[in-house]
Design a protein around this ligand. Structure first.
Ligand code: GLA
Length: 755
């Protein structure tokens, strides 16, 4: 043991001895350490106990390394080593004799902790991890050490080595000191609730015991109706839970009812009670009828001479046959409802499309608007790879979501763009300056043809700078080549992200608006030269308001906020805080875009699961609020999850024809906030049929009682005498007077159409 470490270990040993001498009953002791030996750099051998660390520096583990005179380097590793004698007496009086918990400080950003050379725990993912880097600065790091299996030496020296990776900024261990405690009998218990909503709905409750001593106790679960507070069902069970043998119980529930599940486990010996509650997913959207129903806006815009690709979004039993008796020359309609062809002259062409199946028939008067400025008549609906796959996107994953978009019926609601985000680009350009896809996309042309055959459209991603946000090649200097290749592939949508273009502005020291417009105008020039329509979506610029000038670049949409993620904080910031006041910048063909949807299974390719996905962290109420606000503000409706894994609840959120109709409304007037009273916000917009869409949101943390009629009237959204109907859009039901006073749960909403 080195001199320095002896000093550090005196305290707990002395304390135990002192208690013994005083004749006091011994209780399990905690060991606390706040100093270590430290070295920057990385060598896996530094995990081993007998490394000579005598030349290492002493460091305080409660403060980042850069605050103690060590360089603040990015993308860097540092190692901490602690020599520690843990006395046998640490277990005296302890409930559990066979485990210790190492409570580590926090780590900026990822750590791996070794005990005498053996890995005992890790939080986050190192950059070398095949699943990709994952920073976890603020996560709790409690590592359980099994006395028999993990090589702990009692009454002898142990070496605890912690490898820390820092991505940038401050680095290293920080926060509280290292504490080693003996677990109490029920300390190893944990409970998790998983809501399974595909087909039959059930909530799985799993209770785990991390320690060797089995515990027994009573498990109780109750299901309550959240609206009425009435108990729906309950169950009580005696259980014994052994290490490594989690107990799982499935609680079935009705997915059309708003249920709250509360599960409790009381440990018989210690009286410790674990409680978890979960608001279960609830489906408000009524099932579509078996008869044909047109769900899309009755309009599509195309430039003269550009190919038309439009799949009629119609629900109803299949097989279904589409016909049109007055189809304009130049267009074709397949029996399965895919419109194609091209029209050379500008003008509006209206025709009637009929859909028929065994159960009945429906028709829609549809207008094809042909003109140079007709792209994006309604906000685009579809899918983008980023929020689920991030940079791990592949051709196979894209096809899988596209196939599921058809199979699960989302295409029948108008979702038609399949867009690849960053991560498709080859590492170098060809000699002629063109850029191919990388090995993850063996045939981009094949993929696009596959989509077009099905009436779906294809979107791609690039950036005006030398590199994209994800570090792939950007279009700088090759705008023309890129636009031409995309035309050859059949691209219908371009997301053009700002990212590294900031460097060009820095080099030119040009910070005016003109320097923002320049790269976007340049790409627009080449896009519009292509003989096909490419919806032009502009990315966000840090600190610059694209919505102020996006229209001058002929952008069809522009981001109005930073990147979204699947947390309430993000929905609140991106949605409520940053969209208010922006309605004046949105118009037909030029939409505000508060970023892609974060419902379903997402993860940006960084999630903790092996496939990189996790269930969205938004509660069901927050997800209703997300879709309600996004459709109110005429957002691009780009699904961000893996559609192949989409459950019934998420389908209900995305496939409500009355809700989607607000986003796609032909008046094209985005909603704005008309009232903010405490935690209640009201957003509304006028609609093409003279009605008003109103979203009432509770952005606070408690249930709030609201009088919906009073809110509608008080805001002069509509004059009392002028309307007779208030319709609940999610439930697709007109509301009676006695249901207009209601409770809105935290982060929840009501979505109304008033006419
Ligand atoms: C930016 C964008 C995201 C995504 C990534 C890709 O962060 O805002 O939506 O496209 O780049 O690298």
């Amino acid at each position: 043991m080195t001199k320095k470490s002896i000093v550090r270990n005196v305290c707990p040993l002395f304390f135990v001895a002192w208690l013994t001498l005083m004749g006091m009953p011994l209780r399990a002791q905690n060991v606390t350490v706040s100093k270590a030996l430290f070295r920057q750099g990385d060598d896996k051998n530094w995990a081993l106990p007998d490394v000579d660390d005598s030349s290492w520096s002493e460091i305080d583990i409660t403060t980042p390394w850069d605050k103690q005179g060590f360089p603040q380097n990015t993308n860097a590793y540092g190692w901490y080593r602690i020599h520690l004698t843990i006395p046998n007496s640490v277990f005296q009086g302890a409930d559990q004799q066979n485990a210790l918990i190492f409570h580590l400080p926090k780590a900026d950003d990822v750590d791996e902790c070794f005990l005498n050379g053996k890995l005992i725990g890790s939080t986050g993912r190192m950059p070398t991890n095949p699943a990709g880097y994952f920073g976890a600065v603020n996560d709790v790091r409690n590592y359980v050490v099994d006395i028999k299996k993990d090589g702990l030496r009692l009454d002898a020296e142990n070496v605890i080595a912690v490898r820390v990776y820092n991505r940038g900024g401050s680095g290293g261990l920080f926060g509280q000191p290292l504490t080693i405690t003996c677990p109490r009998a029920a300390d190893g218990l944990s409970m998790s609730l998983t809501d399974e909503n595909d087909g039959a709905s059930r909530c799985d409750v799993e209770i785990n015991n991390a320690y060797s001593t089995a515990t027994s106790g009573t498990f109780a679960v109750t299901l309550t109706d959240r609206e009425t507070g009435a108990q729906i069902s309950s169950l009580t069970k005696k259980l014994s839970i052994k290490r490594g043998k989690p107990v799982r119980l499935s609680v079935p529930y009705d997915k059309h009812q708003m249920c709250l599940l509360t599960a409790t486990y009381s440990d018989a010996k210690t009286g410790k009670v674990l409680t978890e509650s979960k608001q279960l997913k609830y489906i408000l959207t009524p099932a579509a009828p078996a008869t044909p129903r047109f769900n899309g806006a009755p309009v599509w815009g195309v430039r003269p001479g550009s190919p038309v690709i439009y799949r009629f979004p119609v629900t109803g039993e299949r097989p279904m046959k589409f016909t049109c008796s007055n189809l304009p020359a130049g267009l074709q309609l397949t029996e399965s409802g895919v419109l194609s062809g091209k029209i050379d002259r500008a003008g509006d062409l209206t025709f009637t499309v009929v859909a028929e199946n065994d159960k009945g028939r429906a028709q829609q008067d549809f207008t094809l608007k042909v003109g140079a400025d007709k792209i994006g008549q309604t906000p685009p609906m579809g899918w983008n790879s980023w929020n689920c796959w991030g940079l791990t996107v592949t051709q196979e994953k894209v096809i899988s979501s596209a196939q599921a978009l058809i199979d699960k019926g989302l295409a029948d609601y108008g979702y038609s763009y399949i867009n690849i985000d960053d991560g498709w680009e080859a590492p170098t350009r060809n000699a002629d300056g063109t850029l191919d896809a990388n090995e993850k996309f063996p045939s981009m042309k094949g993929l696009v043809d596959w989509l077009h055959e099905r009436g779906l459209k294809f979107g791609i991603y690039s950036a005006p700078g030398a590199t994209s946000c994800g570090g792939y090649l950007g279009s700088l200097g090759y705008e023309k080549e890129d636009a031409e290749v995309w035309n050859r592939w059949g691209v219908d949508y371009l997301k053009y992200d700002w990212c590294s273009y900031e460097r060009v502005r820095e080099e030119e020291n040009d910070w005016g608006f003109a320097s923002c417009l320049r790269p976007y105008l340049l790409m627009q020039k080449y896009l519009r030269q292509q003989p096909r329509d490419i919806f032009y979506s502009l990315g966000p610029l840090g600190g610059t308001q694209v919505y102020l000038w996006g229209i001058y670049c002929d952008g069809n949409s522009w981001r109005t906020a930073q990147d979204i993620n699947d947390t309430w904080k993000s929905i609140y910031d991106v949605g409520f805080r940053q969209q208010a006041g922006l309605s004046k910048y949105s118009s037909i063909g030029h939409w505000n875009d508060p970023d892609m949807l974060v419902v379903g299974k997402v993860g940006y390719g960084l999630g903790e699961n092996t496939n990189g996905l996790r269930e969205t962290r938004l509660t069901p109420d927050e997800q209703y609020t997300h879709i309600t606000l996004w459709t109110l503000v005429s957002s691009n409706m780009l699904i961000g999850c893996d559609i192949a894994q989409m459950d019934d609840f998420t389908l209900g959120l995305l496939c409500n024809n009355e809700v989607n109709a607000i986003d796609q409304d032909l008046l094209g007037k985005q909603a704005d906030r008309v009232l903010k009273e405490g935690d209640i916000e009201v957003w509304s917009r006028p609609l093409a049929d003279g009605a008003i869409a109103v979203g009432i949101f509770n952005v606070g943390e408690k249930d709030l009682q609201v009088d919906m009629k009073a809110l509608i009237n008080s805001q002069c959204i509509i004059n009392n005498s002028q309307y007779s109907t208030i319709r609940d859009l999610w439930r697709q039901k007109n509301l009676s007077e006695d249901t207009l006073k209601c409770k809105i749960p935290p982060h929840g909403c009501r979505y109304l159409k008033v006419f």
